[in-house]
Design a protein around this ligand. Structure first.
Ligand code: NAD
Ligand code: GLY
Length: 358
């Protein structure tokens, strides 16, 4: 079992990573200050893990709300089901909301916790690789809007994150690969030794070897916790975590939420960012190929959706939370294991990069 902390002063919280944690009340219970607990899950995860979670919470007044499964349900309308459950059960402002599921459940439950009675206690139990390495840590919560991904949300930190690595055993292969995209992201933005470790250990990760998975989760969470502690509200360095995301969000919005997995869209976005960096002289063609090879080995897509033109990309990319005064800002690799926030990218080079792929 590994414990890391997100150092946010009096809102400091632990990330527990290990096998079998879901069944051990000692980790979870000290972080629940209330008797009323609402577990938010979905139709796929609840049949697998809800009963065990409720058993671990035995003695508390637990209720559950089960949402439909899928990115297309990450909406304000579906979120209302959580508020209805909280009100029907007469939960007060001291209650605790627990997210049991992947990033969609985590983002929605977190946003509900931020809003209900102006903020109630919140805990993350992430069950996908993507959620264990990224979305459960750092307090970003949101729902989508038809016009833009994650456009309605709040920063709201959990009281703890409990990542039981055993839950990954039931994860479909495609979802494991999507999680690996965010793992590779940390190597690309700030951690060359981790990138090299991933190149050496990718086969073990794809084979779901426990020690490789827990090392990848720990190293990813360590990177994320450091960044979040330094820049909780993304006034600077935290934006680096969005490598590939401006391109990726355009793909997710443009193809209809749920068609491309978030991690798949981010993977292709990282390839496009690397190709743009190469045009700017910041990466060699050999380095770009190294990035493509690693993502390809992780079974992630390297080609954009055929029906998304360069114009579509540019239109969709303009709806991005990093846009400032109408100016697009992109995260771009500058050498391997380093990246920068670029707010003056030559639009001609950006268009050429997109046209070369559409
Ligand atoms: P997801 O939540 O849709 O989960 C993927 C699929 O796996 C779903 O069908 C889910 O039901 C299923 N699943 C979950 N756990 C399982 C398990 N243990 N066994 C079998 N099936 C399981 O997707 P995701 O990739 O976890 O998260 C993507 C979402 O996270 C996106 O909405 C993205 O915007 C968001 N995100 C948020 C942040 C953040 O910082 N808040 C960071 C990255 C991504
Ligand atoms: N996934 C981006 C962030 O947490 O900032």
């Amino acid at each position: 079992m590994k414990t890391l902390h997100v150092e946010l002063g009096d809102r400091r919280y632990p990330i527990y990573i290990g096998s079998g944690l879901l069944d051990q009340p000692d980790w979870l219970r000290p972080h629940i200050p209330s008797r009323q607990v609402l577990v938010v899950s979905n139709t796929t995860v609840a049949p697998l893990y809800l009963k065990r979670t409720l058993a671990t919470l035995g003695g508390l007044r637990c209720e559950a709300v089960i949402l439909p499964d899928g990115e297309q349900y990450k909406t304000l309308a579906v979120l209302d089901e959580v508020f209805t459950a909280l009100l029907q059960h007469r939960f007060d402002r001291n209650c605790t909301i627990i997210a049991l599921g992947g990033g969609v459940v985590g983002d929605m439950a977190g946003f509900a916790a931020a809003c209900y009675q102006r903020g109630v206690h919140f805990i993350q139990i992430p069950t996908t690789l993507l959620a264990q390495v990224d979305s459960s840590v750092g307090g970003k919560t949101a729902v989508n809007h038809p016009l833009g991904k994650n456009m309605i949300g709040a920063f709201y930190q959990p009281r703890c994150v409990l990542a039981d690595t055993d839950t990954l055993a039931t994860l479909p292969d495609r979802e494991l690969s999507a999680g690996l995209a965010e793992v590779i992201k940390y190597g690309l933005i700030r951690d060359l030794p981790f990138l090299e470790w991933l190149e050496a250990n990718l086969d073990a990760l794809l084979a779901r070897e426990g020690s490789a998975l827990s090392e990848a989760i720990e190293r990813s969470c360590r990177n994320k916790a450091e960044i979040v502690a330094a820049d909780e509200r993304e006034t600077g360095e935290r934006a680096l975590l969005n490598l590939g995301h401006t391109f990726g969000h355009a793909i997710e919005t443009g193809t209809g939420y749920g068609t491309w997995l978030h991690g798949e869209a981010v993977a292709l976005g990282m390839v496009l960012a690397a190709e743009l960096s190469a045009r700017l002289g910041w990466l060699s063609e050999k380095q770009v190929e190294r990035i493509r090879t690693l993502l390809d080995r992780a079974r992630l897509p390297l080609a954009p959706p055929p029906d998304l033109s360069a114009d579509d990309f540019l239109r969709l990319m303009a709806v991005d939370k990093k846009v400032k005064d109408g100016q697009l800002r992109l995260i771009l690799p500058r050498g391997l294991g380093q990246s920068i926030i670029a707010d003056d990218v030559d639009p001609i080079l950006l268009r050429k990069t997109l046209e070369a792929r559409s």
